[in-house]
Design a protein around this ligand. Structure first.
Ligand SMILES: [Zn+2]
Length: 224
């Protein structure tokens, strides 16, 4: 990595141009509404950073550009080996760390994962984020920068758990830009149990999302 984590550094808005190699686009919607999830075509990338498919040459060029536009990390804390970075950090970072530990404890096993060592989870306030060919997206899995970048819904009320981390973890594990693996079908139904319907759910999440079980994390399977 050309960019090392900067522990304890102040967060800042991201204006620098970035290059991403896989992204999913769409806006979170209330229960009952469906929003599209569309990764960029031709950008399939292997888990270990090995490029495959027609997008390899483009992604390789993107890798060079990524090195040119170095994106330093601003970690609020670590969780399950990952640097966790907030564009707008929660007021209580110790509580946020505990919430993040619990969130990953719930989400990693869904994809048979145990750690995110060496990666960054980035929570941002805007959908405007350059991810390969897209300039707006809800989430981005970047194998070059080792970053899962997530938009926190504008109306989340402080519930960062509602961002689509479970979706990006699927891309981290599988690649699979067309969502062809059958496990994607279970992602949307996992929303309630992970975000608000559990005894230790954050009050912010229970207050904002209680009763919403479907429609927040839909996935368009077998489609870009
Ligand atoms: Zn996706």
């Amino acid at each position: 990595m050309a960019c090392a984590p900067l522990r304890g550094a102040a967060p800042r808005r991201r204006a620098a141009v970035r290059r991403r190699v896989l992204r999913c686009e769409g806006r979170s919607a209330p229960a009952g509404r469906v929003r599209s999830v569309r990764p960029v075509a031709g950008a399939a990338v292997g888990r270990a950073g090995r490029l495959r498919g027609a997008g390899a040459a483009v992604a390789a060029a993107a890798a060079l550009l990524s090195l040119a536009a170095c994106d330093p990390w601003h970690c609020s804390f670590e969780s399950h080996g990952a640097c966790v970075e907030f564009e707008s950090p929660p007021a209580d970072l110790e509580a946020a760390r505990a919430r993040m530990d619990r969130l990953l404890e719930l989400e990693l096993p869904f994809w048979n994962l145990h750690s995110l060592s060496g990666w960054r989870i980035q929570y941002r306030d805007t959908t405007e984020y350059v991810c390969y060919l897209a300039t707006r997206n809800e989430g981005c899995t970047d194998y070059i920068q080792h970053t899962l970048s997530l938009h926190v819904p504008d109306d989340s009320g402080g519930c960062f758990e509602a961002a689509e981390l479970l979706h990006e973890l699927g891309h981290y594990k599988l690649g699979d830009p067309t969502h062809s693996n059958p496990r994607w079908k279970d992602v949307d139904a996992a929303f309630a149990g992970i975000v608000w319907d559990r005894p230790d759910a954050p009050a912010e999440c229970r207050k904002r999302y209680q009763g919403i079980r479907l429609g927040m994390w839909p996935v368009g399977t077998d489609a870009l």
